[in-house]
Structures are given as C-alpha cells and as structure tokens.
Unconditional design. Structure first.
Length: 510
C-alpha cells in the first residue's frame, strides 16, 4: 500500500467537469486497490468520499510538504504552473495527457488578436515542454493520442537510449488509460421524466447534449437540424444539460453558448423545442437526466482537436445505454460506426444530421436494439478495467531511467524562500487578473477576506491530508472540506472541455 497524491487541474466537487471527474474516479480506483490517496482540487470542495481524502487547493509550501511524503504523484494539465515545486520533488510524477489542451487552446483563442494568440500559444508550449521533460510515466486516453504524445516525447528528448533499452514498446513510458465508466448501474428510468427543463411528455422524443458547450463544439448545426425536423416530428426536443461551467476560472471568451442560444432564439425554438439548463448538473445526478432521454448527441467541427480529443460525455451515453448521434472524425465516431451504436454524420452537414435525427425519432425499435448493443460495449469500459496501466505503475513506482536531474535535484532540500516567492508571484498574477475583471473595490475585498483567513494559521486541509489512517479528526477530511478560500486562490486559467475536456476539460495563466 502506497501514498498517492493527485493534483487536479479543475474543480473536484459535487458539480464537476471532465478533468475533475477523471481525477476523482482514478483516485477511487487507486484507493480500492489499497493505496492512501489524497486529491487536491482547484478551489473549495463540497464532495464527500469515504475511500479517499479530498482537500481544497493548497499553498506552495503546503503542497510541497505533502508531496514529499508520497510514493507517487499524478497530475494533469498545468498543475506544474500552479505548483512549480513539484518539478523538484523526489517522487515519481505521473502526467495525465488525456486532454490535448494545446490544440483546444488554439481553437479557443482563434478569435482574439494575433499577438495575444501567439503569446498564449507560446506560454502553453512552455508548459507542455515542462510536463514532457518532468514526467516519469505518462497517461493518454487512446492509441491515436498515444501516437501524438509519443511524437511529442521524441521531440522533447524523452525517447532516449536508456528508455529504449528498458522497454522498446515504450509502454513503461506512456500507456493508454481511457476515460471510464462507473461499474454501478445508473439510477433512474425513462418513465421518470421530471427534469427542471423541457416539460417532457411521455411521447416526446428527446435528444440530450450531455456536457458543456465549448468553442470547439458545433451546437449550431445541431440546432438548425432540430429546427428542420420539428416540422415533421413536432414532439422532438433537444436539451443542453449544462451551460454554466462549475469552474469560475473558465474564461468568458467561451462564446459558443451565447451563439447557440442566439440561434435558437432566432429560429423560435427556445423553450419550445430547444432547452438550455444553465446550472451544471451534479455528477451524482447526471444519470437521471440521461435516462429521461432517447438519444445522446455530440457534434463538433472538423479540425485537429477533434481527431485527438476524447469526448467524455460519450461515456455517459454508453453508461446509460443511449443511442448516439455524433460527428465523424474522432475515436468515438469510429466506435459508433464499427459497433452500430447510432448514427455518424459529416461535420457541419445539416442535411445529414437532420436525416439521422429523423430516422432516430421515427424508429423506436431501432433505438431499442441499438441501446442493447451500447450496453454490451459499456461493460468493457469500467474505470477498474481501463485503469490497469496506472495501477501497475503505482504498485511499483519508479523515476524514469533517462532523467539526469533525478541524480541531483531530488537530493536538494526544499527552499522555503523559493517556495514563498513562487506563491507571491502567483498571487500577483491573480491580483492583476482580478483588477482587470472585477475592479479595485471587489479585488480589495477578496484580498482582505483571503488574508484574514490566511492569518489564522496552517490550512486545515493540509492538517487533514497529513493525518494518519484511522485518526481523521473532526469532519473526516476524506470527505467534504470547505476551506478553499484558506488556500492560495486559483490562478485564472484556460479550461477546456474537459467536460473532458469532456473537459477538459487546459488551463492557461493569463
């Protein structure tokens, strides 16, 4: 039994998107295997879980102290930006690359001034280089992603003679851990169609968009297609399950939700055939939404992000046995086509998408047969099954053979002054961001609240994380710990998908 620290790149709470879900579920699998798992999220948490400790975001010094007590550390996204001291911790680093965030960033920033795009892209490449150079073991979500990241590791100098001699398949350097499914069956049924939106009737045919609306998705073609089909099938309804992201650091330049709502309004579909649920649905409540619908849908544009992404919302469709309508071009579209799990259409093709929706809506018997096949496929995709490469590494964690820095930097004791300077630098960046977005008065109030709580002493989160098994103290730190404001505030960042990204779900220092 070892100690494992997971550093999430997103909120880990009752309402969370793909990156937080992935860390939470992988943490549960590791805990079930007998490891002592501590999960550090972004901001506060209200999520209770008996098998692992979930704590809010920590300061640099607190996390450095906690990290040096671990046997392995799993991190995702830009965790090295928030906690740069992890670069020098003498513990094997597992880097989760399931989200191709550099590609998503290019799509997210595409409408900003060229100079800003170049700066953001340059910064994210620096982050990626540090991840590739610093990791001891890498995870990705598919074999296609593994090809992408193997090329990146080769360019970063990580496919070196020592690594090759150790394992020329490179599976000990990078392996595939897809997004998984709960082994427990979903709760709910189609008969229980009591949702906050839609006013669903027994005869309604309901399409569900099961995650956030991000710039790299294409809800516009879908809304146009629904507008056509309702002329023939007036009982058709489309529900967007969540639009307001649980991570408040997701930038306002996610303009696609507003465009989707605007188009729906223009076509006269809003609140008649197209419904937007603004509040992010709690992770534990999502099955009620999924099982109240007839078909899951995911449409996107044709670009490189699509090819390498792993749409985590599609896993929920599989879990709940929903037929799927999706755009061609990614791994899930290939799976849907190969196993006849629904309908695959070309990108931005209103005619093809309309025909697929019409065929789905008119043929309940085909939906039933597809649902049976979907459930069969889902049985092989539980978290316990897909996480096997991670479990093997954590059972015997080791520093990578090609890491010369391990011979000296890991022997250097932590430098408190350096850690405090890193924390001050992050706070200054946060202050600049808040001034620009909230104004001087709101920024001053936030700073005063944070410093007043900070002055009370060491964060209870760190104390909870350091308590031995069986002596958890009041409030059981494995569960809910609402002390996020006592940790250093999260750096405002780019958050993709994650959903995932899916989604995903890609954070960038402003």
């Amino acid at each position: 039994m070892g100690r494992v620290l997971i550093v999430a790149n997103d909120v880990v709470a009752k309402r969370m998107a793909g990156p937080g879900i992935r860390c939470f579920e992988l943490g549960r699998v590791l805990a079930q295997a007998g490891h002592l798992v501590t999960l550090v999220g972004v901001g506060a948490t209200d999520l209770a879980q008996e098998s692992l400790r979930i704590v809010p975001q920590l300061s640099h010094i607190e996390l450095d102290e906690l990290a040096r007590q671990q046997d392995a550390i799993l991190l995702e996204g830009i965790a090295l930006v928030r906690y740069p001291s992890l670069r020098s911790v003498p513990v094997p680093l597992i880097v989760d690359l399931y989200d191709p965030f550099p590609l998503a960033l290019l799509e997210q920033e595409a409408h900003r001034p060229p100079a800003v795009q170049e700066h953001e892209s340059s910064e994210i490449r620096k982050v990626l280089r540090e991840l590739l150079r610093g990791g001891d073991f890498f995870l990705c979500a598919s074999e296609v992603q593994r090809d992408l990241w193997t090329g990146a590791l080769l360019e970063a100098g990580r496919v070196a003679p020592r690594i090759w001699a150790q394992d020329n398949s490179l599976r000990q350097l990078i392996d595939v851990v897809p997004f998984g499914l709960p082994k427990e069956p979903p709760h709910g049924s189609r008969e229980e169609r009591r949702l906050p939106v839609g006013n669903l009737g027994e005869d309604d045919v309901v399409l569900l968009w099961g995650g956030g609306i991000y710039n790299w998705f294409d809800p516009l073609t879908l809304i146009r297609a629904v507008g056509r089909v309702v002329e023939t099938v007036p009982s058709l309804k489309l529900i967007f399950m969540s639009t307001d992201h649980p991570n408040t650091s997701v930038p306002e330049r996610m303009w696609m939700p507003a465009r989707a709502r605007q188009l729906s309004d223009q076509l006269g579909l809003t609140d008649a055939h197209v419904f937007f649920n603004h509040e992010w649905v709690a992770y534990s409540d999502r099955s009620r939404w999924l099982l109240a619908t007839d078909c899951g849908v995911s449409t996107h544009f044709d670009h490189a992000e699509t090819r390498y992404a792993f749409r985590t919302r599609m896993l929920d469709y599989l879990w709940c046995g929903l037929p799927i309508i999706c755009t061609d071009g990614d791994r899930f579209a290939q799976l849907v086509a190969e196993r006849d799990l629904g309908w695959v259409v070309p990108a931005e093709d209103v005619d093809a998408l309309s025909n697929a929706i019409l065929e789905m809506a008119r043929d309940p018997e085909r939906r039933r047969l597809i649902s049976e096949r979907v459930q069969e496929v889902a049985r092989d995709m539980t978290w316990e099954q897909v996480a096997q490469p991670l479990l093997r590494f954590v059972a015997s964690p080791a520093l990578a053979a090609d890491q010369p820095r391990h011979h000296w930097i890991h022997q250097r004791p932590p430098n408190p002054t350096e850690l405090r300077l890193q924390e001050v630098s992050r706070l200054l960046r946060r202050a600049v961001y808040e001034l620009g977005h909230s104004g001087p008065l709101a920024t001053t109030k936030k700073a005063a609240r944070w410093w007043s709580k900070r002055a009370r002493g060491t964060s209870p989160s760190l104390a909870a994380a350091n308590q031995p098994e069986g002596d958890l103290g009041p409030g059981d730190p494995r569960g809910s710990t609402k002390t996020g404001e006592e940790a250093a505030p999260a750096t405002p960042v780019h958050q993709a998908g994650g959903e995932g990204a899916e989604p995903d779900p890609k954070q960038m220092v402003p």
